[in-house]
Design a binder for this molecule. Structure first.
Ligand code: GN1
Ligand code: MG
Length: 361
């Protein structure tokens, strides 16, 4: 049997372990809080899902480069409290960025950011700060020296390839769930061409890729527990080149959803313009100068795109028999699909208002 205590011992942590407990609600990796006795830091231990992140070495190297670069920027600016404003990797006792255990699983460790919290229900005030935080994150990584970051999951936010995978699942219907979702499949197909426009624009040279976070969920920002100051952006597994509209959109999909990602009660699920407005203001304050006007006008499309993409990803996993996302019950991916689709409809209803708001800023 694998003992988490033995895993922890492999890493160069300070202090003596008091408790190891499950942490967080990630859909992919498993996280544990490692509490140490007394004043020494606490840590987060993660089992990396190497069926999804197949090149763990490249993954950890990306994170190392990204966090080192950000740390350097913060130090140059004489920012106080730098250790709480950027993640760091706790190496193993053999100075590696991850550890492979005898059962073939992969582990990593990082110091826990003290006195921090993440939020799922956000206010316009926090959304403004979150916009600034993801904007700053993007700005700080704009001059990351070559070589380019490795795409830890190739074509991760590529709508065209997501649709190819979706259509294969529909065609093969391996666990015979298609009959339950035919109307949803039709709803998805109706929008498919339009949703691929970013890839098309990129090929035509009209839309650049920049370093993106690619998982800008609302709960991937840490705030100070007492002051609500933004501390740091976390979950750096998917930092890679992408369209800025896509990062903007993933925040809208999560932060501006009045309901939960998997809300059973679809009446809770609708798009909040107040969150959109506050986030957009904060975000553009920090990055507007580095974006083309076209990229700015495409941000509301990003909200549609990422919500659509997530709908496609959840239903694909449902059709494939729940092989990708962790599920709490057999219909979980369907429940998520329905909630995302409801949100998409609501975003579509707000779309003109979003464009108006952006063009007036
Ligand atoms: C996954 O594991 P987590 O919650 O950080 C997923 C994101 C999805 C998200 C849906 C590597 O993120 O892309 O948007 O679930 N990460 C990966 O909530 O697929
Ligand atoms: Mg993630």
């Amino acid at each position: 049997m694998l003992d988490l205590k033995d895993i922890v011992t492999e890493f160069a942590i300070e202090g003596n372990v008091e408790e190891i407990a499950p942490l967080g609600a990630g859909h992919i990796n498993d996280s544990y809080m490692v509490r140490t006795q007394g004043e020494t830091p606490d840590y987060v231990l993660q089992r990396i899902n190497h069926h999804i992140f197949t090149d763990v070495n490249a993954l950890q190297n990306n994170i190392k480069r990204v966090t080192d670069h950000i740390r350097q920027k913060l130090l140059q600016k004489n920012e106080p409290d730098v250790s709480r404003k950027v993640l760091s990797i706790t190496p193993t006792r053999r100075e590696a960025l991850y550890y492979r255990s005898f059962d073939g699983s992969y582990w990593r460790m990082m110091p826990y950011i003290a006195n921090s919290k993440s939020v799922d229900d956000i206010s316009p005030e926090l959304a403004f700060l979150a916009g600034r935080a993801f904007g700053n994150f993007q700005a700080m990584l704009a001059d990351l020296p070559a070589p380019p970051l490795v795409e830890t999951i190739p074509n991760f936010h590529n709508m065209e390839t997501r649709l190819v995978t979706f259509r294969a699942a529909v065609k093969n219907d391996p666990v015979e769930r298609l009959k339950k979702v035919e109307d949803i499949v039709a709803d998805i197909e109706k929008r498919a061409d339009k949703m691929c426009k970013a890839e098309l624009l990129h090929r035509e040279g009209k839309l650049p890729k920049r370093i993106n976070h690619c998982d800008t969920k609302v709960n991937n920002i840490l705030f100070d527990k007492d002051t609500n100051e933004v501390l740091c952006v976390v979950d750096l597994d998917t930092v890679m080149p992408g369209f800025v509209a896509s990062d903007f959109g993933d925040f809208m999909r999560t932060g501006a959803n009045n309901g939960k990602e998997d809300d059973e009660n679809l009446e809770n699920v609708f798009f909040r313009m107040d969150i959109f407005e506050a986030y957009t203001k904060g975000y553009l304050q920090t990055v507007q100068d580095s974006l083309t006007p076209f990229e700015v006008m495409l941000l509301p499309f990003g909200a549609k795109l990422l919500t659509y993409m997530q709908t496609v990803r959840f239903i694909t996993d449902y059709l494939n028999g729940d092989t990708y996302y962790k599920v709490k019950h057999p219909e979980h991916n369907l429940q998520r699909t329905k909630a995302q689709l409801k949100l998409l409809h609501s975003i579509e209803d707000s779309y003109t208002k979003m464009l108006e708001f952006i063009s007036h800023l």
